[in-house]
Design a binder for this molecule. Structure first.
Ligand code: HEC
Ligand code: HEC
Ligand code: HEC
Ligand code: HEC
Ligand code: HEC
Length: 251
């Protein structure tokens, strides 16, 4: 994707978000003019093709106008199926945007920071060489943008990280603990933001900013699977929260 296309893409997503905010109920929502969404949403939810599109409905991507064609290609202006599907390939074709090895790069067009961290991981190298290993869809699902629950994370990682295969078998339980801690940290930051409503003193505002940055860095380092780095950022987060006044400061 060229720089211009990227900028245009961002612009369109932005316009979509604005339109959506202004008239969530009206037909000006771009997703409603998108032939992929229109046709696929009529396919039965019980069918393979239906399940996929119905799971997209209600996702963060839907709310931000990230329609099917953004990940799959094809022509969302064409009403006929065979026209719309031109340029779109199924997941078993190595040239497809959703062929498992290509998925990180497809997501990375919009999520560059997470993709960059991921390329620094041993799992990325594995994916490239053996075609095995966790990638974006493993933890987020393809269209839902959720995050695995801690117990599901254990199951996913334990496929390889177990005593029998002897590949760092400590990983699943540690990953679960770190994910739980991240969840608690997110909740704590939300509590602190409620406890210290704006306008805030300069000191409080700075501590909240620093806590937010530490949390963001912790999230990013998940993409490198660097459990120690995530833990380090979370400890930094708690240190910063400690500095906040116990009761809301008076202004
Ligand atoms: C008029 C209806 C219609 C439109 C428009 C349409 N599709 Fe489909 N699509 C289908 C049906 C029906 C299938 C089921 C399989 C088939 O017919 O080959 C399908 C299959 C698919 C598949 C699975 C292909 C595979 O090889 O496994 C994907 C992915 C897909 N569509 C994405 C899209 C995208 C992206 C767009 C818009 C650019 C789009 N569709 C537009 C009806 C439509
Ligand atoms: C954020 C990117 C993204 C968006 C948006 C998206 N998909 Fe997908 N889709 C994927 C990925 C990645 C896969 C392959 C991995 C999987 O099956 O979970 C996939 C798989 C599919 C499949 C199975 C295709 C095959 O060949 O196995 C269908 C059908 C499909 N999507 C339809 C849709 C429809 C319809 C929409 C819009 C309503 C949509 N997708 C929106 C990323 C996306
Ligand atoms: C065309 C651009 C685009 C593509 C391609 C794309 N996304 Fe997104 N994604 C967005 C936007 C826009 C948002 C909502 C705003 C944000 O959080 O950045 C979002 C949100 C998310 C979120 C939730 C973030 C949150 O704050 O809750 C996750 C997780 C995510 N995407 C994962 C993926 C994955 C996995 C893929 C590939 C299968 C993918 N995205 C492909 C644009 C994209
Ligand atoms: C090992 C599991 C795992 C894998 C694999 C993974 N992620 Fe994530 N991702 C996470 C976790 C955990 C978070 C933090 C979620 C939260 O806010 O609780 C996250 C957050 C995100 C966010 C939101 C960031 C934010 O600041 O809110 C995006 C976007 C995202 N991931 C994209 C990707 C992309 C793109 C890939 C593939 C290159 C990917 N993820 C692979 C676990 C994973
Ligand atoms: C398909 C197999 C596979 C899966 C699934 C897998 N890994 Fe790995 N992982 C490996 C391999 C192979 C290594 C490299 C081990 C080595 O270099 O000794 C590795 C290395 C690691 C390391 C570095 C370990 C060390 O002590 O150096 C961490 C951390 C890690 N994985 C985390 C995870 C997490 C978290 C998950 C689940 C989201 C996961 N892995 C899922 C195969 C896998």
């Amino acid at each position: 994707m060229s720089r211009l296309e990227q900028v245009l893409g961002c612009f369109i997503v932005l316009c979509g978000a604005l339109l959506f905010a202004h008239s969530a109920m009206s037909a000006s929502n771009p997703a409603q003019r998108n032939s992929c969404v229109q046709c696929h949403s009529k396919l039965p939810a019980s069918s393979f093709y239906g399940v996929k599109s119905h799971s997209w409905t209600g996702s963060v991507h839907q709310m931000h106008g990230v329609t099917c064609d953004k990940c799959h290609g094809g022509n969302p202006a064409a009403a006929q199926e065979n026209q719309a599907h031109i340029g779109m390939l199924g997941s078993s074709d190595p040239h497809s945007t959703i062929y498992f090895k290509n998925i990180p790069a497809t997501c990375g067009k919009c999520h560059g920071a997470e993709f960059y961290k991921f390329t620094q991981s041993v799992h990325y190298q594995m994916l490239e060489s053996t075609g095995k290993g966790p990638e974006c869809v493993t933890c987020h699902g393809s269209m839902v943008t959720k995050v695995l629950r801690p117990d599901d994370m254990v199951a996913v990682c334990a496929r390889c990280h177990n005593e029998r295969m002897a590949i760092a078998p400590y990983v699943p339980q540690k990953a679960k603990a770190v994910l739980l801690l991240l969840g608690e940290s997110k909740a704590l930051l939300a509590d602190q933001e409620r406890l210290h409503p704006a306008p805030r003193s300069a000191g409080t505002a700075q501590s909240l900013d620093e806590a937010g940055i530490a949390l963001h860095n912790a999230k990013l380092d998940w993409h490198k699977f660097d459990l120690d780095a995530i833990t380090k950022y979370l400890l930094e987060f708690y240190d910063t929260v400690e500095k906040l006044p116990r009761a809301p400061a008076s202004h």
